[in-house]
Design a binder for this molecule. Structure first.
Ligand code: 5AD
Ligand code: FES
Length: 377
């Protein structure tokens, strides 16, 4: 029997007040959700994001600079065993021209995302990071290039990178093992996230919704993991099968559950930077708008050159692969203003208290140490 809706609404109030629930309470909310409960959650989520960010929606320009990857994640279309993927790498100059075009279109954050590609050694990336930051000193630079050593992360930070996205994918070690080959572990992923935090990056983690074998208990663990890590950014989107992966025949996640989780995350981490992701826009043509209305406050249009767009296929039917950056920019503007929000020309830093990066003063170091201890428990 589902707990009565009033009890579930009480749990939502409790989440708003205390920013965390027990695993069992999260499971009750997830399993007992109805459209009435979701509406009540989204209303609160909108109010909270309004308090922190008003009607502003931040833009991140995604530059998918390599689809080579040494990993073999079972869900991912650019996994190394996919011999049918047509591989590409962008040069420093190509990356810079994506940034130039993005800057003209009002982007003030660039996200360099790629597979784990050994071609981009630390020194190669440091040079790219330095050049971007020298050309665009008023922009934030985010990296999303997977697992590297503490020393590598540190060199990227010192070169000027501000933020780092590394989804944890699932906070359940056994489930992690169902999504990845044995060389990849949740332990290693967690260590990377803690290293990134300690170095001073604004950190983003996240997970897929409806990945094969995922249960409500797993999602509850993901939410508790977010509470422990206290990331500045959280990226979630539905799992969508890619036809050339071991998960080709698996069912996709739903927009409905993704939206519900976006709402919960806004209540847990009131000032979090929360994108309405491309995967959400792929599974539902109005997914990104619905994401904003469920509490998200970021969109990440693609700035990659159109010639390579259809090669960065993590999953089937990805949207925007044929569109020029300027078209996506206009389209996103109309979509966001159509629901009463506005895209702003801004770096879009986190407004989380103590959430600004590049602080090495002892106070924040102590707070970080406490957070890491808490995270280790
Ligand atoms: N469906 C949805 N999301 C995916 N990702 C990778 N493959 C898929 C897929 N098939 C997500 C992962 C990764 C991010 C870059 O994209 O969560 O961290
Ligand atoms: Fe890319 Fe709409 S956002 S075309």
């Amino acid at each position: 029997m589902n707990p009565a809706i009033d009890q579930l609404k009480d749990l939502i109030d409790k989440l708003e007040a205390e920013h965390v629930l027990s695993g069992q309470e999260f499971v009750s909310l997830i399993d007992g959700r109805t459209s009435e409960l979701s509406e009540c959650l989204f209303e609160k989520a909108r109010r909270i994001r309004q308090e922190h960010y008003g009607n502003d929606v931040y833009l991140r320009g995604l530059i998918e600079f390599t689809n080579y990857c040494k990993n073999d994640c079972y869900y991912c279309g650019i996994r190394k065993s996919n011999g049918r993927a047509s591989r590409y790498r962008l040069t420093k100059d190509q990356i810079l021209s994506c940034c130039e075009q993005g800057y003209r279109l009002g982007f003030r954050t660039f996200v360099l995302q790629g597979g784990e590609d050994g071609f981009y050694r630390d020194d190669v990336l440091v040079e790219i990071i330095r050049t971007i930051k020298a050309h665009f000193p008023d922009c934030a630079l985010t990296l999303s290039i997977g697992e590297r050593s503490y020393e590598s992360y540190r060199s990227f930070y010192e070169a000027g990178a501000d933020r780092y996205l590394l989804r944890h994918e699932t906070a359940d070690p056994a489930h992690y093992g169902k999504l990845h080959p044995p060389v990849l572990t949740f332990e290693a992923r967690k260590k990377c996230l803690m290293d990134l935090k300690e170095i001073g990056f604004e950190v983003g983690c996240g997970f897929m919704v409806g990945s094969p074998g995922q249960t409500s208990e797993h999602l509850a663990k993901d939410l508790i993991f977010l509470h422990e890590l206290q990331p500045q950014m959280v990226g979630i989107g539905p799992f969508i099968a890619h036809h050339d992966t071991p998960f080709a025949a698996e069912e996709s996640g739903t927009a409905e559950l993704t939206l519900f989780l976006l709402g919960l995350i806004r209540l847990m981490l009131p000032a979090v930077l929360l994108p309405a992701t491309t995967a959400l826009g792929t599974i539902d043509p109005l997914g990104r708008e619905k994401g904003i209305l469920a509490g998200a406050n970021v969109v990440m249009p693609n700035l990659s050159p159109v010639e390579v767009r259809d090669k960065y296929m993590l999953y089937d039917n990805k949207i925007c692969t044929g569109d020029e950056a300027a078209e996506c920019r206009g389209c996103i503007d109309r979509r966001i203003s159509g629901i009463g929000y506005q895209i702003v020309v801004d770096r879009g830093d986190s407004k989380q208290v103590g959430g600004d990066s590049r602080k090495f003063d002892s106070d924040s170091k102590q707070a970080d140490d406490a957070a890491i201890r808490n995270f280790n428990r």
